[in-house]
Design a protein around this ligand. Structure first.
Ligand SMILES: NC(=O)c1ccc[n+]([C@@H]2O[C@H](COP(=O)([O-])OP(=O)(O)OC[C@H]3O[C@@H](n4cnc5c(N)ncnc54)[C@H](OP(=O)(O)O)[C@@H]3O)[C@@H](O)[C@H]2O)c1
Length: 290
C-alpha cells in the first residue's frame, strides 16, 4: 500500500509518520523538510503531486489551524482548508486513492452538545467555516474518504495547549485559565492509533466519524491535570471566557459523541486523563533517551 502524508511537519503529521510507515510505503510531504514539497495554498501543486505518485491512500494532516489569525486571514484559511482540500479530494478520486482527512469540533456552535455526526454544523468563526467547507468538498468529490472530526489536539511536541501551559508556567507563578468552555482533549496518538486500525481493518464505510478521547473537561481542568502530571507547582485561577481577551468566538461546549466510530471499528477510547498520563510518560521517556 502506497501512502502519501500531507502536513508531515505538524503535530499530528509528526505523530502519524511511524504509524503509517508500519502500514505501508510512506511518502511524506510538507511545505518544508519532507520527501516532497507541497503548498496547499498553491493551486495545482497537490493534484500534480498526487497524479505523479498515484498513492492508494492520502492522509491529510495539513491545515490552516490558527483560529485567532484566521479572522484576519480568511482568504488564506479558505484557500487551504476548503480549496486545497477540494483539490486533494478531486485528485484522490482521479487516481482512485482513499482520502483520510481531519476536521474539527469547531464546525459546531456549542449550543447543543454533545454532538453526533448527524447534527447540523453551525460554525462560529472563520476557521470552523473553512474546515466545514473542506468536509463538504470531500463529501461531494466522489472520492473514498474517512473524515475524522477531532478536538483539542495535543502532544508533548508541537504547538498546542499542553506546551503553551508548560511554557507559561516556566515564566510565571500564577495563571488564569478559562473554566466555562468544555470539550475533550485528544492526544495525537489516539488519532494515529485509530488511523492505523482503520487501514488495517479495511471495512470502515466512507463518511464522517467523531474521534476523540473519552470524557470531557474545561481548559482549566485540562491545565490542572497537565501541571499535576508534570509535577509543576503553580497557582491556577479559573476564569470565564468573557474575561479573556479574544477576537474570535469559540463553542462553549463542543463535546463529540464517538459511538459511530466505536461501533464501526470495535474501538474503545481511553479517558483523556489516561491519554494525558501516557503522553507525559512518553515525554519523560523521550527526554531520558535524548
Ligand atoms: N490542533 C487542534 O486542536 C485541532 C483540533 C481539531 C481538529 N484539528 C485538525 O487536525 C488536523 C491536524 O492539525 P494539527 O493540530 O496537527 O495542526 P498543526 O500542528 O498546526 O499542523 C498543521 C500542518 O499543516 C501544514 N500547513 C499549513 N498550511 C499549509 C499549506 N499552505 N500547505 C501545506 N501544508 C500546510 C503545516 O505546515 P507548516 O509546518 O509548514 O506550517 C503543518 O504541517 C488539522 O486538520 C486540524 O484542523 C486540530
Amino acid at each position: 500500500m502506497k501512502i502519501l502524508l500531507l502536513g508531515a511537519s505538524g503535530q499530528l503529521g509528526q505523530t502519524l509518520i511511524p504509524y503509517l510507515e508500519q502500514a505501508g510505503d510512506l511518502v511524506t510531504s510538507a511545505r518544508q523538510g519532507a520527501d516532497e514539497g507541497l503548498d496547499l495554498a498553491h493551486r495545482g501543486q497537490a493534484s500534480a503531486l498526487i497524479k505523479k505518485l498515484a498513492p492508494d491512500v492520502i492522509v491529510n494532516a495539513a491545515a490552516y489551524t490558527q483560529v485567532e489569525q484566521a479572522e484576519q486571514e480568511s482568504e488564506q484559511a479558505f484557500a487551504i482548508n476548503r480549496d486545497g482540500v477540494a483539490e486533494v479530494a478531486d485528485a484522490a478520486r482521479a487516481v482512485g486513492a482513499r482520502l483520510i482527512h481531519f476536521s474539527t469540533d469547531f464546525v459546531f456552535d456549542g449550543r447543543a452538545a454533545p454532538y453526533s455526526e448527524t447534527d447540523t454544523p453551525a460554525p462560529l468563526n472563520v476557521y470552523g467555516q473553512s474546515k466545514l467547507e473542506g468536509e463538504q468538498a470531500i463529501s461531494t468529490s466522489g472520492c473514498h474518504h474517512w473524515i475524522f472530526r477531532t478536538s483539542w489536539v495535543y502532544n508533548f511536541k508541537g504547538n498546542n495547549f499542553f506546551n503553551t501551559m508548560l511554557r507559561l508556567a516556566a515564566e510565571r507563578d500564577a495563571l488564569q485559565v478559562i473554566n466555562d468552555q468544555r470539550g475533550t482533549p485528544t492526544w495525537t496518538h489516539t488519532i494515529a492509533r485509530v488511523v492505523r486500525r482503520s487501514l488495517a481493518e479495511k471495512g470502515l464505510a466512507d463518511g464522517i466519524y467523531h474521534l476523540c478521547d473519552d470524557g470531557s473537561s474545561s481548559w482549566y481542568d485540562f491545565a490542572r491535570e497537565i501541571f499535576r502530571l508534570n509535577g509543576v507547582p503553580i497557582k491556577l485561577t479559573p476564569i470565564g471566557q468573557d474575561a479573556w481577551p479574544s477576537k474570535v468566538e469559540r463553542p462553549a461546549d463542543s463535546r463529540l459523541i464517538t459511538e459511530k466510530l466505536q461501533a464501526a471499528l470495535g474501538w474503545q477510547p481511553q479517558s483523556w486523563q489516561e491519554s494525558l498520563a501516557e503522553c507525559v510518560a512518553m515525554k519523560r521517556e523521550t527526554a531520558g533517551n535524548a
